[in-house]
Design a protein around this ligand. Sequence first.
Ligand code: PMP
Length: 418
Amino acid sequence: MAELSPVLKQATPVVAARGEGVYIYDEDDRRYLDFTAGIGVTSTGHCHPRVVAAAQEQVATLIHGQYTTVMHRPLLRLTERLGEVLPEGVDRLFYVNSGSEAVEAALRLARQATGRQNAVVFQGSFHGRTMGAASLTTSGVKIRAGIGPLVPGVVVSPFPYAYRLGLSESDAVAHALRELDYLFTTVTSPQDTAAVFIEPVLGEGGYVPVPDAFLQGLRERADKHGFLLVADEVQTGFGRTGTFWGHEPSGIRPDIVITAKGLASGFPLSAIAAPAQIMEKAWPGSQGGTYGGNAVSCAAALATLDVIQEEGLVENSARMGERLRQGLEKVAGANEVIGDVRGRGLMLANEFTAPDGSPDAATALRAQQAASRNGLLLLTCGPAGNVVRMIPPLIVDGDQVDTAVSLWAASVEEAVSS
Ligand code: PMP
């Protein structure tokens, strides 16, 4: 009898039978509050009726039309609509299927556009698991161990992780920018650097928001040295952080924006956007793929955008994020093991720390597992696995947030006392 590969290690024992809004139902019809949203994907909630209707209509009309052969209306319409929400001038797009593929495409585009090879990433970065994306990933050694040689030319610079460094946010930013400048004089000449890749909130690396001043510092250096600033908005885009894009509060304009996850409510779709003068350096044939811009995924993405805009989900993310954060801070206040609560919008982290200051992954895992027994689905993250993250669908309401906080408080108590 065939079995699933052990690489598919499951964080909860739940076998999902169906999803509706913020809830997942298992095969015994037990209901769970889903504060994982398929890892930040189902932002409009599970099976939003408008997304379902748009996909069903498209399935019956045209499922697949490969974009290098025939163009189709959902892809053209989606491009127009994304142009309205992307930073001004970052308005040339193409599509692939997953975050990793889009990161690969951005790395290729950055090399094509600059004629330079190197890429700078920040410690704790996660950009995916395909070979190029894994080469840009430093959120955990197990992702890269044993699969090398990796793609050459990737340089890792310190991330302004104020809590871990024990510094104020502004000191952490000053430290990380100083180290980056030092790197440019010791390891990679800025003239050999094609791009800097950054997630506006460090995701798998522990849900650490990038301070605005750091993004501004990167923008200044990109302008000075002529390399590209790539915002990996795979997890942070589409309202997740309480603004449409995670980089928005910093006021900077990235050269390349990568988006996936929340873009199509669970249908596989990702996109790369860049200004015309950058995008025109990618010659036809060098980018793209068979399923990129699938018609059903594009139709689902159009409905997703409608729902986000008409139901005010970006605003809801900011409002509910604040309410959730206040609840989590109370739980942390009553439990010393939670050393830090942080995040933006509905992308929040609870970092577990032992009395000696080291990461406490064991208690974090017990709390996450207790939560799933109690009916609240959560995931851990961070290189040590000691961060429990909360990423509910952006449609979550106040009562659901309050219920999640109560379940979390009970789960943390169970974890601490067991
Ligand atoms: N970039 C970021 C910031 C991500 O969070 C992820 C997925 N967690 C990826 C890239 C890779 O996306 P995918 O799993 O769709 O390949």
